[in-house]
Write a protein that binds this ligand. Structure first.
Ligand code: UGA
Ligand code: MN
Length: 252
């Protein structure tokens, strides 16, 4: 069974390192198409070179987040949904390039999370929508569905308690037929949908009692919502004043 994995990716100093780590995880995973959507107005050569260097099946797309959807200068980044229009472009590609009766799974995978290879074995078990624990998220060591006989009974979660499906984007996969069945569904990109994106897509495409509990009845953690810290870097201008400049431009 094929997995289509949608990864939005933002231009930043740590991007190539994060994508390298993720690409190397994907070496462990057969039959996966990696859909990488750059948050850029054009495809960049550096990301293209990186993707090509791994000989993995990939689709390289782009769309820039418009300024009005970005956090304002004095707003922290979590005040705006991140990578949502990029995910929507990924969904559009999938709808245009697959058939509704293909047997395949869709997974949304941020570029800085940590994925165990066994997660992908679980994703391949999904019949309609599967759920599992996610480590290091929502101000907890993990969030998870609490399951009885493979069905969701309740959720272990702390933040944003009003969420109907209190799971991170990394905590579920959806069968392709639902992506085609709900062919108009796109993620809401507005600021008032913070933390609601997961609930919105799941509430549209499934119900709590249809969810399939995976990862040994949601007792195993196979994905962690790790965050790459942004490095302090000396400004180009200061370097220039010190008589220095970067020459490995192709590597950046
Ligand atoms: C959490 C969820 O895990 C994300 O799936 C969800 O998109 C996000 O919250 C949200 O609701 O906004 P988090 O770690 O807080 O993720 O966010 P980031 O890792 O900073 O961004 C998520 C993805 O979008 C990353 O792959 C990142 O490279 C990409 N991104 C981020 C962009 O494409 N553009 C941006 O401006 C920011
Ligand atoms: Mn992240």
């Amino acid at each position: 069974r094929k997995i289509y994995m949608i990864t939005p990716t933002k231009t930043r100093a740590e991007q190539i390192a994060d994508l390298t780590r993720l690409a190397q995880t994907l070496y462990l995973i057969p039959n996966l198409v990696w859909i990488v959507i750059e948050d850029e107005s054009q495809l960049t050569r550096r990301i293209h070179r990186l993707l090509q260097s791994f000989y993995l099946p990939f689709i390289h797309l782009n769309i820039a987040t418009p300024d009005y959807l970005k956090p304002t200068q004095n707003q922290s980044t979590w005040r705006r949904p991140r990578g949502m229009i990029q995910k929507n472009i990924g969904l559009q590609w999938i709808r245009q390039n697959t058939n509704s009766n293909d047997d395949a799974l869709i997974y949304f995978a941020d570029d800085d999370n940590t994925y165990h290879w066994k997660l992908f074995q679980e994703i391949r078990k999904v019949q309609s929508v599967g759920v599992w624990p996610v480590g290091l998220v929502g101000e907890l060591l993990y969030e998870r569905p609490i399951c009885l006989n493979g069905k969701v009974h309740s959720w272990f979660h702390y933040m944003y308690r009003k969420r109907k499906f209190p799971t991170d984007m990394a905590g579920f996969a959806i069968h392709l037929h639902l992506i085609h069945q709900y062919s108009n569904y796109i993620f809401n990109v507005s600021a008032n949908s913070i933390a609601e994106q997961e609930s919105q897509i799941l509430n549209t495409m499934t119900t709590i009692d249809q969810l399939e509990c995976l990862a040994n009845n949601a007792s195993k953690i196979y994905v962690w919502h790790t965050k790459t810290q942004s490095m302090f870097l000396t400004s180009i201008e200061k370097l220039r004043n010190a008589g220095m400049n970067y020459d490995l431009i192709n590597e950046l």
